[in-house]
Write a protein that binds this ligand. Structure first.
Ligand code: SAM
Length: 750
């Protein structure tokens, strides 16, 4: 054996990476690596340091480096025969064939390639420790692993995976041995771990929710924010998962081989709640059932967490864990190479034989699909192109996927999802597909945007969709609790017919998701008498100028060939503010070959803000740019956070009238009935209803709107009230309905 081989063997035996060893010896990695490869001979000082760090006999190392230690030199000089015998014995000791009862290779160090998959190391550790339990090698084994853990690179993912593995070990021991034993082992393996995970004494009684919460939070904290955003890693509160399962009729009178799938399983909250249901309803068949809970999740750390949480569940409930490994597949659900073609990224799981199991589809598909953009050129989008219109979003693809894999007739879907699909243009094909392929039974629309996922900063509105594959259409139960805490104590659900919910094909199947019958009646009345803005000869579009794509062309002052740029702050309801300044936004753009395609030529327009939230007093804020407005004869730029409405055909309505009704309470209310996000998109503006009474009422609205454009701020409320009344009258809204709308806005302070 060479010096380099021996150092490598010792290092791996102690589970120390080469980088860490180099650091401890104060040399650079490249040098140490050349020493290990036998390309350079080590200095005396490196030999001393290596012996010190690796706790190994310095003399032996010196001999291998073909340097006779001082002690040996003097021994050879005084007693050559004994010294030679000793020398021979020393060399035999380092022979690879004879480890003299030291920690043998399978127990000791992981090899470098395995470091990439720390969970496997964790599993290896579990396996080894459990087989070695009560043997003499046990101590050596965990001492060896403990060293490895300590020297592990401080990469968050690896660390997390280790925590997962170690916690798994803890609960394994808790379930199979004693609590005291479990407490004893882990702190010795990794003291940091315990400090982090066990601020108070953990017992079987309090451990379950504590561990689930803590691990989930730790994961979220350690995970990169971009990753959390891109893959929609937001976890469902257990109360919501429990509600979805209950309303999906899980497990009911299930047959053998009724499978439940969570296609984006995260850390398995739906499984734990499913186990709760099973323990109550079918405790004898628990272990059969666990093989029917199927998960797909692309993040290996989360897969581990899901498996771990299920192990927690068994430990907590003192139920023997199933022998078969749980079908939680580490796989990309959307990929053709995913589970259904028989492959997974998870090296430990052979799925080829399993795929046939699910060919009839899943009896239940539940979950919280990820929200995030996915580029249309991504190959994973292709199988779902039937439901993609323009930009795709992961959650739309997951909905399509779920409908495809739901069992015919008996299949039940229970999904918590953003509400934006209800009106967004990009989801128009998905809406049509959903209405055709799912019988919607219940929709929960949460009143609060911020209190649904209490641990995440979510701005979306959220809904729960529950439906099945039966053919006969029924009315839909719609309920609107404030947050998940009110799920079992919410205002009564209303039963709303699908025809009222779905605005139909001319409106791209926009869905009015509200539990308020009054809102549905008002919205229906308004639409019955109206034409859409689009059919009335107008076209709403999105502001063309995306400022951050043109940073070099922005200017802070006007000049030759420099034109104004209008932003959201360039308007207030009824008022166009071309000179409004904003300390962060530059107000001018150089007109040149690059910017010219994004120029708006001067013409009469209505502009509206594109972003507003349901809590705001107004969702739609519109102002009018007269045709006479010539900031420059050439035109101006409209920033992308604005929409603009132009006349494209002769129309019986003026743009002043359009601005007036858009700013009214009535149309704001109608807009809220179907909009489910923070955007006021051009598509939605295009389907806003315009009504005519052949003159009088219309002229009145126009007259008051014109007055509002010039009036002082303090006189606006009075005039606006007149406008609102005129609009109610024009659209045929009775006193009772007016009172309902007025009360609604009063609650918002408008
Ligand atoms: C919103 S989380 C829901 C997690 C869990 N079901 C829950 O409710 O707490 C979505 C999960 O989908 C996973 N995910 C994202 N894209 C995926 C894909 N293409 N295939 C499989 N899982 C994916 C994310 O890693 C994340 O854990």
């Amino acid at each position: 054996m060479t010096f380099g081989d021996r150092v490598r063997q010792l290092r791996r035996g102690k589970n120390i990476g080469i980088k860490v060893l180099a650091k401890h010896c104060g040399v650079n990695v490249a040098y140490l690596s050349r020493v290990e490869a036998g390309k350079v001979s080590p200095s005396q000082s490196l030999i001393e340091k290596l012996a010190h760090v690796l706790h190994h006999d310095q003399d032996e190392l010196s001999l291998l480096a073909q340097k006779l230690p001082e002690t040996w030199l003097s021994w050879l000089a005084t007693d050559p025969e004994t010294a030679m015998k000793g020398l021979r014995r020393s060399l035999e000791e380092v022979s690879p064939d004879d480890d003299n009862g030291r920690v043998s290779e399978p127990i000791s160090a992981p090899v470098a390639s395995q470091v990439k998959n720390p969970f496997r190391l964790g599993v290896q550790l579990l396996t080894q420790l459990s087989t070695l339990h009560h043997t003499e090698q046990y101590e050596d084994a965990y001492a060896s692993w403990a060293t490895y853990f300590k020297h592990l690179e401080d990469s968050t993912r690896q660390r997390f995976d280790l925590y997962v593995a170690l916690t798994h070990l803890f609960f394994d021991l808790l379930a199979t041995r004693s609590e005291a034993y479990a407490h004893w082992v882990l702190p010795q393996l990794l003291p940091d771990f315990w400090l982090l995970f066990s601020p108070v004494g953990i017992t079987t009684e309090n451990s379950f929710q504590w561990s689930v919460d803590l691990l989930q939070d730790t994961y979220t904290a350690l995970n990169q924010l971009e990753d959390t955003r891109a893959y929609g890693k937001v976890f469902t509160p257990p109360a919501i998962a429990a509600y979805i399962l209950k309303r999906s009729g899980f497990p009911g009178k299930a047959r053998a081989n009724d499978y439940l799938l969570d296609p984006a399983a995260g850390c398995g909250v739906f499984f734990m709640k499913a186990l709760d249901c099973l323990a109550q309803q079918s405790p004898k068949n628990l272990s059969h059932w666990t093989t029917c809970l199927v998960g797909m999740e692309m993040d290996p750390g989360l897969c581990n967490l899901a498996r771990l949480n299920i192990a927690f569940w068994f430990a907590q409930n003192k139920v023997a864990a199933p022998a078969e490994s749980l079908p939680i597949f580490c796989t990309d659900t959307l990929s053709e190479r995913g589970l259904f073609s028989g492959s997974t990224q998870d090296p430990g799981i052979e799925v080829k034989n399993l795929v046939g199991r699910y060919k009839e589809g899943f009896r239940w598909i539940v979950g919280n699909p990820p929200y995030g953009k996915i580029h249309s050129s991504d190959l994973r989008v292709a199988p779902f192109k039937e439901t993609v219109y323009g930009h795709a979003n992961l959650y739309g693809l997951f909905l399509h996927f779920s409908l495809t894999h739901l069992e015919e007739q008996r299949g039940v879907l229970g999904i918590i999802t953003p509400k934006s699909f209800s009106s967004g243009l990009y989801f128009k094909e998905l809406r049509a597909y959903l209405l055709k392929n799912l019988r919607l039974r219940e929709i929960v629309t949460f009143e609060s945007r911020t209190e649904v996922f209490d641990k995440a900063d979510i701005l979306q509105e959220t809904v729960i969709l529950l439906g099945d594959k039966r053919l006969k259409k029924t009315a839909v139960k719609v309920l609107s609790p404030r947050s998940y805490q009110d799920l079992n104590n919410h205002p009564p659900a209303n039963v709303i017919s699908l025809n009222d919910l779905d605005l139909g094909q001319p409106y791209d199947h926009i869905l009015c998701i509200t539990s308020s019958k009054e809102a549905i009646t008002i919205s229906r009345r308004v639409r019955k008498r109206s034409v859409t803005l689009r059919d009335a000869g107008f076209r709403a579009s999105t502001g063309k100028f995306v400022w951050n794509r043109f940073k070099p062309h922005l200017r802070d002052a006007p000049g030759k060939n420099v034109l104004p740029l209008y932003w959201m702050h360039s308007l207030k309801p009824f008022k166009f503010l071309p000179n409004a300044v904003h300390n962060r936004h530059l107000a001018f753009v150089e007109l040149n070959g690059v910017t010219r395609p994004w120029l708006n030529v001067p013409e009469e327009l209505v502009i509206t803000k594109r972003i507003s939230a349901k809590e705001q007093k107004r969702r739609i804020e519109a102002a009018h740019i007269p045709a006479s407005w010539r900031a420059d004869t050439l035109g101006y730029f409209l920033e992308n956070h604005l929409n603009f409405i132009a006349r494209v055909k002769p129309s019986p309505y003026s743009l002043i009238f359009v601005m007036g009704v858009l700013n009214s309470k009535l149309l704001d209310f109608v807009f809220r009935v179907f909009n489910g996000n923070t955007q006021v998109s051009a598509t939605e503006l295009n389907v806003m209803p315009l009504v005519s009474d052949n003159g009088r009422g219309q002229n009145e609205v126009e007259r008051i709107t014109t007055a509002l454009m010039d009036v002082q701020d303090e006189d606006m409320p009075e005039l606006e009230e007149k406008l609102n009344k005129a609009v109610y009258c024009l659209y045929g809204i009775g006193k009772k309905e007016q009172a309902y709308i007025e009360n609604f806005f009063k609650s918002l302070g408008r």
